[in-house]
Ligand binder design. Structure first.
Ligand SMILES: Nc1ncnc2c1ncn2[C@@H]1O[C@H](COP(=O)(O)OP(=O)(O)OP(=O)(O)O)[C@@H](O)[C@H]1O
Ligand SMILES: [Mg+2]
Length: 356
């Protein structure tokens, strides 16, 4: 089987439905390996309908690929979902080519794209953030972030339809799909709000199904570094720290907390910073855990900038910002808001326990 985007490679359009299902079985096997037998049956039944739907989509994606020949050659598994995720964006002429993968992450991969006729800023490069398919994503506990957030549909509008809300509550396959979409929609609508407000975030262009298209930070050969990988000059550390704090302040003005802010989710390019990665954004006015999450964001930021020679007290800054926006301080950081697998969270916990 061939799934190539490459100029001289064509998709095998004679692939039978059975072959397509085999392809999806391969994908599923990797998910099922560690699942107990009883759960496997339930899981397989639920997924079989989805596999047929995905197989149809896959055939459609192959057909469209005859029109869109991208420079980037993805690995086999990646290619099916990449094409499926980007067809609408390419079809609507937002992009004319996918040049390469900038970074593959746990939740999403980011690709460097050239703009198409529909993108107003034709001289800019674009970044397509493509989320991993729901069945392959590690749908980690997102409830702490979703608390107090209304769910959004694929157009970024609040979902009010009772049937859809019920499906989400019951966690049906359809409900899970909507939940996944809402997660992406929060990233896009937050970028829209913050960019319009003048925050240092990439300009968002369009959200289509499984992908977000935004301004790319970097140049054709080199993407921006994450701040964590950069050692700042002594004279730029302080102003950049203040800039990050200004952005955090601006987010509060728009009733938003990043929720996963650290030097890993800030890009550094030509002496400027850009905040990225917003799907878990928290609404401070309606999320009971918001103070904890806010303090954690500030603590992680101060950890990086302290190491760069900036004198900063995360708690004092957090209290100041938080109360100046009329919020109340409710409780200290609780371990359930920390991820033991993250080095920076382990440090936060050390800090917290040291102060007690
Ligand atoms: N607009 C952009 N311009 C240039 N590079 C970008 C852009 N957005 C994201 N990236 C790159 O892609 C990486 C992943 O993006 P992002 O943090 O939004 O996704 P993620 O799912 O959280 O991935 P990870 O698990 O690696 O954090 C970033 O660390 C950065 O290197
Ligand atoms: Mg990230």
């Amino acid at each position: 089987m061939s799934f190539g985007f490459a100029q001289n490679e064509t998709f095998n359009l004679t692939m039978s439905k059975n072959q397509l299902l085999e392809f999806y079985d391969e994908l599923d096997d990797s998910v099922l390996e560690e699942t107990p037998a009883s759960q496997k049956q339930v899981f397989q039944k639920r997924e079989s309908k989805k596999q047929v739907a995905d197989a149809k989509l896959f055939v459609r994606a192959q057909e469209i690929s005859r029109e869109f020949k991208f420079t980037y050659k993805a690995a086999r598994f990646e290619e099916a979902w990449l094409l499926d995720s980007l067809v609408q964006i390419a079809e609507h002429q937002w992009i004319s080519d996918v040049l390469r993968k900038v970074k593959g992450g746990k939740e999403a991969s980011v690709y460097l794209c050239t703009p198409g006729a529909a993108a107003a800023a034709r001289s800019f490069l674009l970044a397509a953030k493509v989320y991993r398919p729901r069945m392959l994503r590690n749908l980690k506990n997102d409830s702490q972030y979703r608390a107090g957030r209304e769910d959004l549909d694929e157009s970024g509008n609040v979902i009010i339809d009772d049937g859809t809300l019920h499906a989400m509550k019951k966690r049906t396959a359809f409900g899970e799909e909507v939940r996944h979409q809402s997660w992406i929609a929060y990233e896009f609508t937050t970028l829209e709000t913050l960019h319009a407000a003048g925050a240092d975030v990439p300009k968002p262009y369009v959200m289509e199904k499984n992908a977000i298209l935004m301004e790319y930070i970097g140049d054709k050969s080199t993407p921006a570094s994450i701040l964590n990988a950069v050692n700042l000059d002594p004279d730029e550390a302080q102003p950049l720290f203040e800039r990050v704090v200004c952005n955090i302040d601006l987010m509060l003005t728009h009733d938003r907390i990043h929720g996963d802010l650290s030097a890993y989710n800030i890009l550094y390019w030509n002496g400027n910073i850009t905040l990225i990665d917003f799907p878990q954004v928290v609404i401070p006015s309606s999320n009971p855990a918001s103070w904890n999450i806010f303090l954690r964001d500030l603590t992680r930021i101060c950890q990086y900038f302290s190491a760069q020679g900036v004198t900063c007290d995360a708690r004092a800054i957090a209290v100041d910002l938080w109360t100046s926006h009329g919020h109340k301080i409710v409780q200290e950081v609780h371990p359930k808001y920390l991820d033991p697998e993250k080095v920076e969270d382990r440090q936060v916990w050390k800090e917290v326990t040291r102060k007690k």
